[in-house]
Design a protein around this ligand. Sequence first.
Ligand code: GLN
Length: 483
Amino acid sequence: MHQMTLAEIARGLADKKFSSEELTKVLLARISQLDPQLNSFISLTEALALEQAKAADARRANGESGALLGAPIAHKDLFCTQGIRTSCGSKMLDNFKAPYDATVVAKLAAAGAVTLGKTNMDEFAMGSANESSWYGAVKNPWNLEHVPGGSSGGSAAAVAARLLPAATATDTGGSIRQPAAFTNLTGLKPTYGRVSRWGMIAYASSLDQGGPLARTAEDCAIMLQGMAGFDQNDSTSIDEPVPDYSASLNESLKGLRIGVPKEYFSAGLDPRIAELIQNSIKELQKLGAVIKEISLPNMQHAIPAYYVIAPAEASSNLSRFDGVRFGHRCENPENLIDLYKRSRGEGFGPEVQRRIMVGAYALSAGYYDAYYLKAQKIRRLVKNDFMAAFNEVDIILGPTTPNPAWKLGAKNSDPVAAYLEDVYTITANLAGLPGLSMPAGFVDGLPVGVQLLAPYFQEGRLLNVAHQYQLNTDWHTRTPTGF
Ligand code: GLN
């Protein structure tokens, strides 16, 4: 039962082959049996799950249908869930029970999805390895000595290990696409503004975007359908109609113009990954796509710009955690400054503190023009590169990451080494574009992802290309040994 995709579950529930309650019990048992190896969950919500599953079965018995009605999922632990701990992977929020549901949580619940729990993540979504969580590192089900990617590593590891078919995640600089690549999943980062950020604890507000992690493009389409849409509670939500993402999955790729940026194949890319990307290009050519070499000349500046803008926004967003209003408060503060200092010093881990300091520095009066303003100018250049490229091509294709998943601890002493691994993903966030990562093969038994980028609001196109690719390849069907 645990091998089923969301699409298969929907068919099974519609055909009354099993109930949502039965399926939920099977998956909850599987989580308690297998998750100790992975550490992919921070909280399990068994009682809520069984209640939602029974309610979904009752709705189906009353003649209701829907692809998510009775489908078991989990939420990255930065989506607020009413009355349930929402920790953001931090000691700071270990005692925080959200007073309301995030829009994404409410929308998926209304569609009948069943919440099994809250998944582990890098603290405040800062990281590419899921090693900065206060609740401990998450392990990659493909090799338990390796990282699953971050910051949505818990969602990725859980779905890859078949503990559940799909989960929510967020992507500020790659945190949906990179863990998807590292664990053999399909992950979609929507256009900025497509999915509401209301109730999604902020890391860097102008870059953060929620989206799905699942095994197939078909399942990502189902999840995105439940998550996307205008929300007046989010001032950056965009009032654009939501298309039927499942309906466009089977469009032909004949004549599709795919751009491959020459900058992507530089010395930093593992040559074995380069070869798998070339194979995926050939596969898409067989389906009728036309390949064109393009250039993204400002890509080399994206990492430094991102690692100024994201920490700057984080330093501002995280100032609300002061020991007064939310979360951790130190014992016996001597005065207000002592309360702030010790609450924040005790509540935040080292990576979060590093980013707050970098961000506050970049925003300070003497350095704002030199760092923050310059980074914003680079951001515009990166966006302009994409706009020029999309005048010539429909989709941009390349690797999701320069290397496969590294060993746990391998980059702990050198944070910049981890930042450099974001080279292919962060540009989409700087520009606000949608991006998808899908399985493209293996290197030393570890999964490799191919990334597709599209113009604004072309999520349907990304899912269509990925679905057609998945109908003709079987990488996405491979299961990690032991799961
Ligand atoms: N690795 C990037 C960072 O640490 C992106 C994280 C994310 O997308 N949340 O900032």
